[in-house]
Ligand binder design. Sequence first.
Ligand code: HEM
Length: 738
Amino acid sequence: VAHNIDPKRVPAAGGGTKNSDWWPNALRLNILRQHQANSDPFKADFDYAAAFQSIDYDALKKDLTALMTDSQDFWPADFGHYGGFFIRLAWHAAGTYRVQDGRGGGGEGQQRFAPLNSWPDNGNLDKGRRLLWPIKQKYGNKISWADLFLLSGNVALESMGFKTFGFAGGRPDTWEADESTYWGGETTWLGNDVRYEEGNKGGNPKDLKNRNLEGQLAASHMGLIYVNPEGPNGEPDPVAAANDIRTTFGRMAMNDEETVALIAGGHTFGKTHGAGNPDLVGPEPNGADIENQGLGWISKHGSGKAGDAITSGLEVIWTSKPTQWSNLYLEYLYKFEWELEKSPAGANQWVAKNSDAIIPDPFDPSKKRRPTMLTTDLSLRYDPAYDKISRRFLENPDQFADAFARAWFKLLHRDMGPRARWLGPEVPKETLIWEDPVPPVNHPLVDDRDLSGLKQAILGTGVDPSKFLLTAWSSASSYRDSDKRGGANGARIRLAPMKDWKVNNPAVLNEVLRALEGVQQQFNSANQGGKQISIADLIVLAGNAALEKASGLPVPFTPGRTDASQEETEEDTFKWLEPTADGFRNYGGSTERVRSEQYLVDRANLLTLSPPELTVLIGGLRVLGLNYDGSSHGVFTHRRGQLTNDFFVNLLDMSTEWKAADGGKGEVFDGLDRKSGQKKWSATRADLIFGSQAELRALAENYAQADNADKFSKDFVQAWNKVMNLDRYDVKKSNIAR
Ligand code: HEM
């Protein structure tokens, strides 16, 4: 059978034992080469925003509404309505988001690709995507899969009588599986031995109420979106389950109220599927046979679908009206006492004690069942904090509906970034704190003459230009493409919590900000035709002015950033943007599980840098002297402050040999003259990796070549300009000065 072939023994199509097999610990750059023109049928030259804006949105929503009740034989609709199914599809597309690194989420249509298309928790959602295909085919380029998955959930809610908070399109698809997201280190589906490993920041993995979930993760098991529905590690304990829910939903940036609203709101609809023996379910899509055409979980239990469907293995129907918005979920949760039972598939679930059979069967109108709940549903009643909220919602259906509408909207849009990316007729007017709002530009912008005057004024302040460079870099490089947060716009570097981050060198930052405020005051009070300049713009402009001085090259600038206020800044979630280690500024070092150079590549990925861009930036930042603490690690030049390729020339100079300088920790190194033994340089791992990792070394050689000194400077300025403008969703890409 095809899928039993050992890939390491396939003498074709990229098979065979690979570098990552031989040297699993070596630094890999693969995540810096993703989503390139090569894998994109549009060659990356396609304006999805423009295409989306030309769609007949009403017709699309009408078609989606009709789809909900147009049951198809290949996967019949429970209760004649796919509503619950599409809510789950949208929820699982979006629910992988985690606030720590901003990765996951529904913003890229990754549910089409492995591993997500085959995660156990995404069971049978392959059928949901096939149900959507005729609509995708019809509307084509005007609606991405990413938008369609989420919109289908929204329309599902509306078609069952729920008033949503709105919807924004604007998520362009990716065309290949994303490799940048750490989903955990386990090698078995539903395993969780690594994420709760003992010594992983303390906590006892066996103590289900006091265990610590590993760093970036937001799910309690490999292959789940969030938590085990049967309870922690399958233990049917609703109170312990609440802890896992709080952790995982917290990492989706949801508080207790949002969490209760989401779970209660979602489970007002649809049902779970566990009609029989789960061993009869075939392999997931990525492991299935070719004739299944991308479908998986083909089941031999009865007909394998409809009343015989097995997805989670749980067989629960929460309310008597599973295709209508109601308050019944909360009513039943409190009205009944719950008794543990086994689903037909053998999973732990709860049935209402002494209840009549009031729940309809999804396919047989002559049958009725008793109400049932998941262990994690009971958490909403038996966890004291959730209980308070659930009771309030029970008594105040309006509050429940409003909280669910808002939390659902946030769930679907959290990773879209600024409102400038939100498209379509249903974008809500109300500004939400989690969009990281910035005020609109309400004045004429500066022109080239103003800019040269401002640059002169900046350089005339007497502040060391390297400090302007450091501040501009610190501001702009806080961007992360995963959820489009951070960046220079808004100048949040002058607000809590960013202003106090050690990596931003608060002393230097303050000096720079005071100087720039002076420049701003002078310019703005001169009131030249109403023109104004923001601190956000000045921070970047100051960096550019310093770079022009250091390089002798013109550095492009695109004005129009504005300054956010503290009230417009969600401190709680901004704290996650603080890097543990940042090799660009030689900040921090390796941790138990991640080496500095891996942090560096991870940040480069979040900054959308290619390997050459990463390389040229490090070479330039070092000779410009941009270490966060002013240290001389990696400053391989005697002309600090001038943009030269000295970093590469000296790194590759064979008269230097490198020795660990920190007693074997392997974080700091001395560069010694091979003959005299005299110390010439010092370096961190984030420096030496450019001479050690073969692909980075090849790029370092390229920039150290005698004929590439100019190319180095030009490439640096280009990469710098790219980083300065990564968050400029307020400007059309083609209008960014290059
Ligand atoms: C179905 C678990 C939160 C919406 C399911 C299923 C499970 C589950 C096991 C059954 C899948 C199947 O067998 O077909 C959980 C757990 C949650 C959670 C453990 C959190 C603690 C949510 C949230 C939403 C949601 C936040 C949406 C806002 C739904 C819907 C269904 C469903 C609509 C029914 C799907 C259908 O009718 O086919 N959930 N869920 N769930 N879930 Fe959740």
